[in-house]
Design a protein around this ligand. Structure first.
Ligand code: ZN
Ligand code: ZN
Length: 292
């Protein structure tokens, strides 16, 4: 069984439609695909339709933008009721913050002598609910200002760079609780990928586990090998599920091919069991796993 639990479509910052992503996953021989666009469930319906058609198992989720210890942290939420009001409210605030952030970024880019028009960003973001930094980056690439997305981030868009603008993100602990109340399960996405262990110390993970965190995404391209082993030990020690996934963005991110990291079947089964009991506890109408 090949299980990849973290991927993106054009509904956030991937480059594939839901249909293209699900077909590509089936063509790659994946048995289970997790769809986890940033802060939106927009691609869920289309993905479910194609998954049924091609006979792949689809686990619907959201990668939620949160904040922890003063830094951004991503939380994967699987199978929550997407109509649970506190979840809806937070996702709306996150998306609003992101959309209003683009004009502010363009203003700062102009201040740095780089002229990008909102129309350039809209073109780069065609078909997307949330425009954000990746689309500004794509516009910079399209205009020939930089060679690729990662250069755009490094030079202009990362924290501390000239065009960086802060935005709303939900407190991580609150979001773990909200996902649980919505009948879903949460997994820390690449917790040491960006800022290393200091940004997500074991103490924090242990506290989150007490609030209902189900797992840690350990096997991820952004984690160093020794960090993976340490995270795996922390997860095992706290009784958390260990996941591995590609964080595939189509052509939007290099070295994140579908299935480049996968989740063990027993961890996947355990995650589904935890989701089933969260769903039963919550009494919410949670989404089903689609599939054969
Ligand atoms: Zn992420
Ligand atoms: Zn992601």
């Amino acid at each position: 069984m090949r299980i990849d639990l973290h991927t993106h479509t054009r509904a956030s910052d991937g480059t594939q439609t839901a249909e293209e992503l699900v077909r590509a996953a089936a063509a790659q021989g994946l048995d289970v695909l997790g769809l986890t666009d940033h802060d939106t469930t927009e691609a869920w319906t289309a993905a479910a339709r194609i998954a049924t058609e091609v006979g792949i198992t689809l686990v619907r989720g959201i990668e939620i933008s949160t904040r922890h210890l003063g830094r951004g942290a991503h939380l994967l939420a699987y199978l929550p009721d997407p109509t649970y009001p506190p979840l809806v409210t937070h996702l709306r605030k996150i998306l609003d913050g992101r959309n209003s952030r683009v004009p502010a970024m363009l203003e700062r880019l102009r201040g740095a002598g780089v002229d990008v028009d909102i129309a350039d960003v809209r073109r780069a973001a065609e078909g997307t609910a949330a425009t954000g930094r990746p689309h500004v980056a794509d516009a910079l690439v399209a205009l020939g200002v930089v060679r690729d997305r990662s250069t755009a981030f490094r030079r202009y868009l990362n924290p501390g760079r000239p065009a960086y603008v802060n935005r709303y993100a939900a407190p991580l602990a609150d979001m773990v609780r909200i996902v649980d109340e919505a009948g879903g399960v949460s997994v820390l996405a690449h917790p040491w990928g960006r800022h290393g262990p200091d940004s997500m110390p074991e103490r924090s993970i242990s506290e989150l586990a007490g609030l209902g965190l189900a797992g840690i995404e350990v096997d991820h391209q952004d984690h160093r090998l020794d960090d993976r082993e340490q995270l795996r030990a922390i997860a095992r020690g706290l009784g958390l599920v260990v996941t591995g996934s590609s964080d595939h963005h189509g052509l939007g991110k290099h070295d994140h091919d579908l299935g480049c990291h996968t989740t063990a079947p027993e961890d996947y089964e355990r995650l589904l069991e935890l989701a089933a009991s969260a769903s039963a506890r919550s009494g919410r109408p949670t989404p089903e796993v689609i599939g054969p």
